[in-house]
Design a protein around this ligand. Structure first.
Ligand SMILES: Cc1cc2nc3c(=O)[nH]c(=O)nc-3n(C[C@H](O)[C@H](O)[C@H](O)COP(=O)(O)OP(=O)(O)OC[C@H]3O[C@@H](n4cnc5c(N)ncnc54)[C@H](O)[C@@H]3O)c2cc1C
Ligand code: SF4
Length: 590
């Protein structure tokens, strides 16, 4: 059966962080919003009851909160001469699939990007006029700056109750926090978490090496807190069942805890769950959207007309929906023309796994984001002259969520994987194991892109999104440089042994266990319609009433987790829809 719903002012596709924030802003401004979410409703009290949500088999291993690959997955290949195959067992490409999106089970590392991350093309011209970039590298400015976003970063941190310690306030270094961060107008709304024993060791080691360690900002609430929407949050208990799990303690920043209690009470807000949007419909002249088509849980096809379409379905789904809707010119790899799918990118990572002797690191006292970090080698915080690459990485002592099953393979090199030797080693290693993570920048490349797969389809018969991706030469050079810095730190910690890995030293593989879902790009924002899909307001160049929000807008990735920046960009876009677009619909770039 086909049916048409009453017209809305705005339809929002997907209700994760981006969808919840845009819906909250626009309903508060009086607009009538309908949000369409493919997953089910999740309620913190019933779905994330503390004792039941700490079920490692269900959530950590079987990943019950993620979108099942049987519903929809992606296909993957390293280069365009290969045939892509569907991913059936997720390692790091893990997507949200419920109201709240991945914001319910994220690990809550909550970062602002640095000012340089938004303007790298300009910066390279000014700072490195004589350096040659690796062939095929795409480096372009975002069209929006850190200063444009500062007020929106601040607003998000207050909504989410982010814990942390400011390094720079109103241009002045505080002597604490991260001295390399962009200037902030305010301190974090809640205090940083208490350092773990491993964080203490890392802090001491890196201080002695002349670096500047600081506690990372996180969406784990540092103290009892009431956010600007009037919602009360509780302090984190360091339970350790955090990334991949829901938080029943009301301590993890999530759309479900921080936004939805206020949003769902509004009469001008309607939510349709278990409905999948399959297409953005266009007007006859193709210059605007008329609404979206979706398939509901009965298998019926609905049409939701709206004046404004907000696409907030996660980076990969945003790009897929644009391609399925034939909105914007798809990237043609052979000709290197077109924009939708261009500039797909990921994140370069380095790791060290360290083993101490007779320590009591108590790794079960943890959160998804309990870390001490140095940013001395991140982004453009150091001089790259003569190094042959752009970018860098934040290096941090991440206190692992030492849940029992996840620890069974955290053993020194050469340990037997079964029997009494394994048991003895596991018992010994549990208290003595620690991890360093180098979370790096990534710049796009002409050979990495997203397109519709010609063979594999989802449950509705629509093509899956195909990823063509491998690390590029810039990633490899940068990762090797960071790898050396990580090894130097390992050698000073007092650990008995360690093993290290720079991921770009091998081909990128979605089957490699890897701690990141930080895919970006494919619908980049920018100042030129020939190299971007959306303008600096995340407004589609070809259809002025379509706004695309999420990490799909990033032309490059920073050495940070992506979510706080996509949240700030969403609030920036909301501000311009409310204050400019509603009064005078049309392109905001006049
Ligand atoms: C285990 C894990 C740990 C992470 N840890 C961190 C971290 O520490 N820090 C950090 O910054 N980031 C982290 N991330 C990434 C972070 O969760 C995402 O960046 C963020 O949630 C993206 O927000 P979003 O609103 O763009 O998309 P999502 O949260 O994915 O929300 C999109 C919503 O759209 C829905 N949807 C998709 N397609 C359709 C459709 N066609 N029709 C209707 N609905 C649709 C989805 O079901 C989903 O609910 C982590 C991710 C995972 C999975
Ligand atoms: S570690 Fe803290 S924020 Fe994370 S699930 Fe446990 S109580 Fe919640």
């Amino acid at each position: 059966m086909n049916y048409k719903r009453p017209k809305a002012d705005v339809v929002v596709v997907g209700l994760g962080w981006a969808g919840s924030l845009i819906a909250e802003e626009l309903t508060r401004a009086g607009l009538n919003v309908v949000a369409i979410e493919q997953g089910p409703w999740h309620d913190t009290h019933t779905n994330y009851t503390p004792t039941l949500s700490a079920d490692e088999l269900r959530y950590g291993r079987r990943r019950e909160m993620l979108r099942p690959p049987s519903k929809e997955t992606v296909t993957y290949r390293n280069n365009s001469s290969q045939t892509a195959r569907p991913i059936r067992d997720w390692s790091y490409w893990v997507q949200g699939y419920n109201v709240g999106g991945a914001g319910t089970h994220w690990a809550v590392n909550s970062w602002r990007f640095t000012p340089a991350d938004f303007t790298m093309a300009t910066r390279v011209k000014e700072r490195y006029p004589n350096e040659k970039l690796a062939d095929g590298l795409i480096v372009q400015d975002w069209g929006v700056t850190y200063d444009d976003l500062e007020v929106h970063y601040d607003r998000f941190e207050k909504i989410a109750g982010i814990s942390g310690e400011a390094g720079v306030i109103n241009g002045k270094k505080t002597g604490k926090g991260n001295p390399f961060e962009g200037s902030r107008t305010n301190e974090y709304p809640t205090p940083p978490l208490v350092r773990s024993r491993w964080n203490d060791i890392f802090h001491k080691t890196t201080t002695e090496m002349g670096y500047h360690p600081f506690p990372i900002p996180a969406g784990t609430i540092g103290a009892p807190y009431k956010n600007p929407l009037g919602i009360e949050l509780a302090p984190c208990t360091y339970c350790g069942f955090c990334g991949f799990y829901g938080c029943g303690n009301f301590s993890k920043s999530s759309p479900n805890i921080c936004v939805l209690p206020a949003l769902m009470d509004r009469r001008n807000m309607t939510l349709l769950t278990e409905c999948t949007v399959t297409k953005i419909e266009k007007s006859k002249d193709g210059k605007t959207a008329t609404g979206v088509t979706f398939i509901d849980s009965n298998g019926d096809t609905g049409f939701q007309p709206a004046d404004i379409v907000c696409v907030t379905a996660f980076q990969l789904d945003n790009v897929r929906l644009l391609l399925l809707s034939e909105l914007g010119k798809p990237y043609d790899h052979a000709r290197q023309e077109g924009v939708v799918g261009r500039g797909y990118n990921f994140q370069t990572m380095n790791y060290a796994w360290l083993y101490f002797e007779d320590e009591a690191l108590n790794p079960f006292i943890s959160t998804g984001a309990l870390a001490t970090r140095i940013d001395n080698f991140n982004g453009d915080n150091f001089d790259h002259t003569g190094l042959g690459f752009l970018g860098g990485a934040g290096i941090q002592s991440l206190s692992d969520q030492a849940t029992p099953l996840s620890m069974t393979d955290r053993l020194p090199e050469g340990t037997k994987k079964w029997g009494s030797e394994w048991k003895h080693a596991f018992k010994h290693s549990y208290q003595n194991y620690a991890k360093i993570q180098g979370q790096g920048t990534s710049y796009s490349h002409v050979d990495a892109y997203l397109s519709l797969d010609p063979t594999y389809k989802d449950e509705y018969g629509l093509p899956l999104i195909r990823q063509t991706f491998d690390y590029n030469e810039n990633d490899r050079r940068m990762a090797r440089y960071i790898h050396e810095r990580v090894k130097e730190i390992c050698a000073k910690t007092g650990a008995k042994s360690w093993k290290t890995k720079a991921y770009p030293d091998s081909h990128n593989s979605p089957y490699t266990p890897y701690d990141s879902g930080h895919t970006i790009g494919g619908a980049a924002m920018g100042l030129d319609p020939n190299t971007s899909v959306v303008n600096r307001y995340q407004q589609h160049w070809d259809a002025h009433n379509v706004f695309v929000m999420g990490a799909s807008s990033y032309p490059n990735n920073a050495g940070y987790n992506p979510t706080e920046t996509l949240a700030a960009l969403t609030l920036w876009t909301a501000h311009h829809i409310i204050n400019d677009y509603i009064k005078n619909p049309g392109s905001l770039v006049r």
